[in-house]
Write a protein of this length. Structure first.
Length: 252
């Protein structure tokens, strides 16, 4: 039986501030091409901000596939580091991981995963380069239909899957499940740290027209199991009802 080997996570040690990213990206000017913007938007919209280069190439429709994605992130990352006067750590072959100015990274069974740094995501928001078009997994779509298969790209109104609202919710309540207390990071190590679903207390299907989410009042972080149970009924069970179900199940 083989022993579990935790993946090595590559992460920039001197991560710039959001303000530094905004200033440097503005300074790069025409070096930021339309293909870079498509790449940023695809990555920003990925589940938990994490994806492989192959996935990003597909979602952003980058000609040249993952190789071109590597070049786009690497070359622009090099330029951004020059602008900021920083350098990522060296590889054994004395080259720099220029992509690490955008993301942390690790290898898993699906390939090499890039997870966009929160500072980069916020900088893109402040620059107006990303929108609330979200990439969500099938089990995060709150409706009365059960969906199977892989994740789907869906275009949504601002009130539906606003990444800003999600981020503010997590800042307030953390990434442990609000119902059962499950923590992905504690259970599956650093690789899964920060992963969580966000549940809308007010069903999106009942919202007509434009609606501004209050991240503190309207949203709660929940694990996929509890999220599924919440939506076993239409209308969905309340947080309190599922907590009671969980308590009764433990006592039985």
């Amino acid at each position: 039986m083989s022993a579990f080997v935790m993946a090595q996570i590559y992460k920039l040690q001197n991560i710039p501030s959001v303000a530094d990213y905004v200033k440097a990206l503005k300074a790069l000017g025409s070096q930021v091409k339309e293909t870079h913007l498509r790449l940023f938007r695809a990555h920003y919209g990925a589940p938990n901000l994490a994806a492989t280069a192959k996935q990003l190439a597909e979602w952003a429709k980058i000609e040249g596939g993952y190789t071109q994605v590597n070049l786009l992130y690497g070359r622009l990352g090099h330029s951004l580091c020059d602008e900021l006067g920083i350098k990522p750590e060296l590889r054994p072959d004395d080259t720099h991981r220029w992509w690490s100015v955008w993301s942390s990274g690790w290898q898993d069974s699906s390939g090499f995963i890039w997870q966009m740094l929160p500072e980069v995501a916020e900088a893109l928001e402040k620059l107006g380069w990303v929108t609330p078009e979200a990439f969500v997994s099938a089990d995060e779509i709150a409706n009365e239909n059960f969906l199977e298969g892989n994740a789907y790209r869906v275009t949504v109104n601002a009130y539906e899957r606003n990444p800003n609202a999600r981020r503010r919710c997590i800042e307030k309540y953390g990434t442990d499940c609000f119902i059962c207390g499950f923590s992905f990071g504690s259970t599956y190590t650093e690789i899964a740290k920060g992963y969580i679903h966000v549940h809308h207390l007010r069903p999106l299907s009942e919202i007509a027209g434009e609606y501004t989410v209050d991240p503190i009042e309207d949203l709660r972080p929940v694990c996929p199991n509890c999220h599924a149970v919440l939506h076993l009924r239409v209308p969905a069970y309340s947080i309190e009802e599922v907590k009671l179900l969980l308590s009764e199940g433990k006592c039985s």
